[in-house]
Design a protein around this ligand. Structure first.
Ligand code: ADP
Length: 684
């Protein structure tokens, strides 16, 4: 209910002359169905991007694996080639040594042959540092180069290792490689021992010394070390020789047995740490950056979508709120565009007129709820509304329901402003005031009836005094009449003598007639009508009514009436007010000592109104009575009705004046009341 009241307040407020409507009917179904759809739309590109990035990264990973695989197979291929190359050289050396062993045993001048061949052999095979010719007792027969350090060293340190190879070669009768051994300068060596047989008898041994560093240095080509690190090691990871131009561990490693010479020696080849393909790295970085960029833009889109969803949500609840408000309204709402076409009506308006929304929306004047016989007047009002001249505090109009029934409507028009601040039409709130008007009319009739009844009561109360009043002229007429008759019975009766009596009869009859007319006028039931009336005459009439009563109660009535302009008023009503105040004043002075029973009537001219006061020296009004003074049917009198003052007040207010009571502080008795009322000089 409060919503509708709020709405009415907003629409009906004279200060608020426009209202804003953003949208009459937002496409709600589009909004609700769009929600899930949007979520899908939002999720699909995300999924697509994730899959694409996943595929790209997998591709890169596979490429990387492939590269590693290729690198490994190239490594194995190269290592196998190196192994073959080493064997090829060592085998070649073995063959030459074996041939030399045969030749030094068989040919004449063996020392010359040894020197010749060995110098040739050493020249062609720099990996051999020295070749020794030993006799069967390990003594050196000859050695080339003779002064090479290994020679002495071997003699000093070699025996445990070399003699083992020596003995083995002697025993087996064939070429034997020694175990690797280190000499003082920390160089590792191996030897190959080839037995020499003379006439099938062991006569000595040829020993070739291979420094392992030199072996690698000479037999591993330069391009190999550009790619790989080559190491001779054993199971205990003792490093015998290395050929590399970069320090540190390699990326991939491949090991093969170095056999011969054997004895657990291994050839370990490692690839250098590879920084990867720069193009590929660039591609990876580009893909990651691209992915991050796409995710970032998706995130922004997601944020935007979220905001949009929130806005839609707010719009939906706003729409629901508006619909609930519209449905709860008892005030009819009707929106028209600038050309007067109906663009919206609310359920209350449809209920009021009896037409369905579809029958009204889109209609242009004349509207189906206009009264056929008042089409011209209604159209004129419509034109003034369209011209923006509708009264701010609303206007009344009669409309027709679909069933032909008429109803009174109170219409407030306000500007219709759209979301861009544009004036797009007019919004009217329409109140069905038929019931209210009926109630007002009924109240007015009741009030009128009450006034009339009150007047009758006043008259009833005054009837006896009025009868007494009438008695006087009637008695005077009767006595003048009998005087005239007596004169006529005399023979000397002069007509001129009768004339004054007859004239007095006439005067008295007029006086009686005036009294009767006044009573008749007062009692007559008539519609209130304002006309310029002299207040002095009103007071005089009232005194005419009250004089007899006042005389009876020994009350003196004083009047103080200056020259005042006529006022627009209903004379009878004013008389009713004044008579009521005079009668109340006289009633209040019932217990006042006779000397102080005085009623004062005064009329004063103020700024734009007249002030009429009736002052008594009566009992006064106590606070308890004062509160209820103007309440209908409140009386302290046994036979009072208690409606006098309430009727007086409504009559005075009908004339746009005020009625109030105050204590008479000037009263000689110490109590008394002044009843005053004002009347504006100008009609509204
Ligand atoms: P009623 O005269 O029928 O009682 P009114 O409405 O004229 O009805 O007056 C209501 C009451 O107001 C009276 O009963 C009386 O108690 C009080 N009253 C009215 N005028 C005066 C007055 N001049 N002095 C004291 N009391 C008054």
């Amino acid at each position: 209910m409060w919503l509708s009241e709020l709405w009415i307040a907003t629409m009906a407020s004279p200060k608020k002359t426009c209202c804003t409507i953003h949208s009459m009917k937002p496409p709600l179904n589009t909004l609700t169905s769009g929600n899930g759809h949007l979520r899908w739309l939002l999720a699909l590109p995300k999924l697509g991007i994730v899959l694409l990035l996943g595929a790209l990264l997998t591709l890169l990973w596979l490429l990387h694996l492939n590269e590693i695989e290729e690198e490994r197979s190239a490594l194995i291929k190269d290592v196998l080639w190196l192994e073959q190359n080493l064997y090829f050289h060592l085998n070649g050396n073995e063959e030459q040594l074996q041939q030399l062993a045969v030749d030094v045993a068989m040919l004449p001048e063996p020392r010359r042959i040894f020197r010749l061949r060995v110098s040739h052999l050493l020249k062609n095979n720099p990996e051999i540092s020295q070749i020794l010719w030993l006799d069967k007792n390990h003594s050196v027969i000859d050695a080339l180069p003779g002064s090479a350090p290994p020679d002495r060293e071997i003699e000093a340190f070699g025996p445990p290792v070399t003699s083992k190879a020596f003995d083995m070669a002697r025993r087996l009768g064939k070429l034997v490689y020694s175990e690797p051994f280190f000499l003082e300068n920390n160089h590792a060596f191996i030897e190959v021992a080839v037995p020499v047989y003379q006439d099938k008898e062991f006569s000595g041994m040829l020993v070739a010394v291979y420094p392992l560093e030199t072996l690698l240095g000479n037999l591993v080509p330069w391009w190999f070390t550009e790619k790989y690190k080559v190491v001779i090691t054993d199971d205990n990871d003792i490093l015998y020789a290395t050929k590399t131009h970069i320090e540190g561990r390699g990326n991939q490693t491949y090991e093969i047995l170095f056999d011969p010479p054997g004895y657990g020696l291994k050839l370990r080849v490692s690839t250098y740490q590879n920084n990867g393909n720069p193009l590929q790295q660039l591609l990876t970085v580009a893909i990651i950056a691209l992915g991050a960029g796409v995710f970032w833009s998706l995130w922004i889109v997601r944020d935007l979508m979220k905001k949009r969803l929130q806005a839609e949500e707010a719009l939906r609840s706003e729409h629901a709120f508006r619909t609930a408000m519209e449905d709860s309204l008892t005030v009819g709402m009707r929106a028209r565009d600038l050309k007067g076409k109906v663009i919206y009506v609310n359920p209350a308006f449809c209920k009021m007129t009896g037409f369905a929304s579809e029958e009204l929306v889109g209609r242009v004047p004349p509207m189906p709820y206009w009264i056929p016989e008042q089409i011209d007047e209604t159209f004129a009002i419509h034109q003034s509304v369209m011209a923006g001249k509708a009264p701010l505090d609303g206007f009344e109009i009669t409309f027709m329901r679909k069933n032909g029934e008429r109803f009174h409507a109170l219409v407030y028009e306000a500007k219709l402003i759209d979301g861009n601040g544009q004036h797009t039409g007019w919004m009217a709130s329409v109140l069905d005031v038929t019931e209210r008007k009926h109630a007002e009319e009924l109240a007015r009739l009741q009030q009128e009836q009450l006034q009339f009844t009150s007047r009758l009561v006043t008259m009833g109360e005054m009837a006896s005094t009025l009868a007494h009043e009438l008695n006087q002229p009637l008695a005077a007429i009767a006595s003048y009449n009998s005087g005239c008759l007596n004169l006529l019975q005399r023979s000397d009766c002069e007509i001129e003598e009768i004339r004054p009596a007859l004239e007095k009869i006439g005067v008295q009859a007029q006086r009686a007639g005036r009294i009767i007319r006044r009573v008749h006028d007062f009692v007559r039931k008539s519609e209130p009508k304002r006309a310029p009336c002299q207040l002095a005459e009103v007071v005089e009439d009232c005194l005419g009514f009250s004089e007899a009563d006042a005389r009876k109660r020994h009350i003196r009535i004083e009047c103080e009436i200056p020259e005042v302009p006529p006022i627009p008023a209903d004379r009878l009503m004013l008389e009713q007010v004044l008579l009521n105040l005079i009668r109340n004043g006289m009633d209040a002075m019932a217990s006042t000592p006779e000397g102080h029973r005085k009623l004062h009537i005064s009329v004063g001219l103020e700024a734009a109104e007249l002030k009429i006061s009736v002052t008594d020296n009566g009992c006064g009004i106590g606070p308890a009575i004062r509160e209820k003074l103007f309440t209908a049917f409140f009386t302290t009198k046994p036979e009072g009705m208690g409606v006098g003052l309430s009727i007086c007040r409504s009559i005075v207010e009908f004339h746009r004046g005020r009625l109030w009571a105050e204590d008479n502080h000037q009263s000689p008795t110490g109590s008394g009341t002044i009843f005053s009322f004002t009347l504006p000089l100008e009609a509204a």
